[in-house]
Design a protein around this ligand. Structure first.
Ligand SMILES: C[S@@+](CC[C@H](N)C(=O)[O-])C[C@H]1O[C@@H](n2cnc3c(N)ncnc32)[C@H](O)[C@@H]1O
Length: 287
């Protein structure tokens, strides 16, 4: 994996997600898709399949760069991930889950080590992570309200878009997808708001990777409160919400990490929405 570059503490210089698609060939393809194809393909799962075939699927190239896995394991992951992409509507991209896979596959899990997912919706990412965890010897702890994105606090106008209540899905849908396409045997599910689960009862096992996808700075903070104290020395944190300004500002703020009692980690944007966060020194959490 390449050395991570620290991002500036201020988020102003970081381009927003959408601007990256507006120019060049990708911008053209995207505009053609939005104007001519999307109106004819109404079902979102069909849109996801189309994008998978046309361009998103290429994002899995990174899986083939994971030297710690055998060719057979890489092909196994690719097959299982594609089955999920075809059947489960989700809110991430193949290249994003490939980054997580590459990070986690740096080494096998040690006894008791976990991966924590904060925000699962229908379980598309959980299902893929469960396959990876099973392969590498980790447990997967999935946290979600199952009531959608937490409503904004009254008077909160920090974000331009209000996600309140979006991605609401019952726990049974996650369980069904894990049963059908994933590895339910390595998973534990924690329903409830992060304020009452993760932040109130921080992880008690070493955490090797945290994947936060909840669309809010508040939820991101609560997920970090519940996981940073238990991070393994070579842990990774991924935020799927780096295109959302309040989340980006929160993560890039020195005060965030001071409150968590750790030095500010390196934060590297590795996709339009995804940031990879890593401490250059051990956090003093679980060894
Ligand atoms: C964008 S979706 C997750 C998508 C999923 N990772 C995927 O790739 O398909 C965001 C999820 O975060 C959950 N969520 C948001 N805020 C939360 C909070 N404060 N506590 C618990 N769950 C929350 C929502 O219920 C929703 O399922």
């Amino acid at each position: 994996m390449k050395t991570m570059q620290a991002l500036p503490a201020s988020s102003e210089r970081i381009p927003a997600k959408r601007t990256q698609y507006r120019s060049g060939f990708r911008g053209l393809v995207r505009r053609l898709y939005v104007r001519h194809i999307r109106p004819r393909v109404r079902e979102r799962i069909h849109q996801q399949r189309l994008k998978l075939i046309c361009w998103d699927g290429w994002g899995y190239w990174r899986l083939f760069a994971v030297r710690q896995l055998t060719v057979r394991q890489r092909l196994h992951l690719l097959r299982r991930f594609l089955v999920v992409d075809w059947n489960v509507l989700h809110a991430h991209k193949p290249h994003e889950i490939s980054w997580l896979s590459q990070a986690l596959a740096e080494r096998r899990g040690r006894p008791g080590e976990t991966v924590i997912e904060a925000g699962c919706w229908q379980g598309g990412s959980s299902t893929k992570l469960s396959v990876l965890c099973r392969m590498l010897g980790y447990r997967l702890e999935v946290y979600d309200s199952f009531q959608g994105v937490e409503p904004r606090e009254p008077g909160d106008t920090s974000a331009t878009y209000d996600f309140s209540g979006e991605y609401c899905m019952p726990e049974s849908v996650l369980r069904g997808h894990l049963e059908q396409y994933g590895e339910p045997g390595v998973c534990s599910i924690h329903p409830g708001w992060f304020a009452d689960t993760l932040a109130a009862r921080p992880a008690d096992k070493p955490v090797r990777l945290v994947y936060i996808d909840c669309d809010l700075a508040k939820g991101t903070r609560e997920a970090l409160l519940g996981t940073v104290p238990a991070l393994a020395p070579d842990s990774w944190i991924f935020s799927q919400d780096f295109h959302i300004e309040p989340v980006r500002s929160y993560l890039c703020d020195m005060a965030t990490w001071r409150e968590l009692g750790v030095v500010r980690p390196n934060i590297r944007r590795v996709g339009p929405c995804l940031a990879a966060i890593r401490f250059s020194r051990p956090t003093g959490g679980a060894a």
